[in-house]
Design a protein around this ligand. Structure first.
Ligand SMILES: [Zn+2]
Length: 170
């Protein structure tokens, strides 16, 4: 049931990016997500990952909805049916993310990082025990005593208008 307030309710998600037509790999991934939600007697949410404004197209959104329906996957919240935690298109959530980011910035909990993905991968020690993801080494993290007093304007807007991804912030 959409909007169920049970905090223990399993909420799985489908997050296709409308940059092209779905393929067999997508079908497998989304089918697995749907089965997992069903196995947990949970809900499935569809989120349109339309952040790449250069490559995302409305016709691919239409096609993904049609293809997911054809596959027999049911979601209870999404861009086509709404729900209590919308909007369900990432491009419409920018203000939510920016507000959260500003809170973190104002608390001095974020800082600029100039490391590349390669830098992080090379400087990381042993992979995390739980998976193979490298652990961020904290090279650019300011000393503890300076974190809470970092001036709020030290870190710039992570997503300047017209760009797609946060840059230079951890
Ligand atoms: Zn860094």
């Amino acid at each position: 049931m959409p909007g169920d307030s049970n905090p223990n309710l399993y909420r799985g998600r489908l997050a296709p990016s409308p940059t092209g037509l779905l393929h067999l790999g997508h079908a497998r991934t989304f089918w697995t997500a749907a089965q997992r939600a069903a196995d947990h007697h949970g809900q499935l949410i569809l989120r349109n990952e339309d952040l790449d404004s250069q490559r995302c197209r409305p016709e691919y959104v239409e096609a993904m909805l049609e293809d997911l329906c054809w596959l027999g996957i049911d979601w209870v919240e999404g861009p086509d049916c709404g729900g209590p935690t919308g909007p369900y298109a990432q491009s419409e959530r920018r203000t939510h993310y920016l507000e959260a980011w500003k809170k973190l910035r104002d608390l001095g909990l974020i800082y600029p990082c100039t490391c590349s993905r390669k830098d992080v991968a090379q400087s990381a020690g042993a992979p995390n025990d739980l998976d193979d993801e490298p652990v961020y080494p904290g090279k650019c993290r300011p000393p503890e005593e300076r974190r809470s007093s970092a001036p709020p304007d030290r870190v710039e807007d992570p997503v300047p208008q017209g760009q797609n991804e946060p840059a230079g912030v951890n």
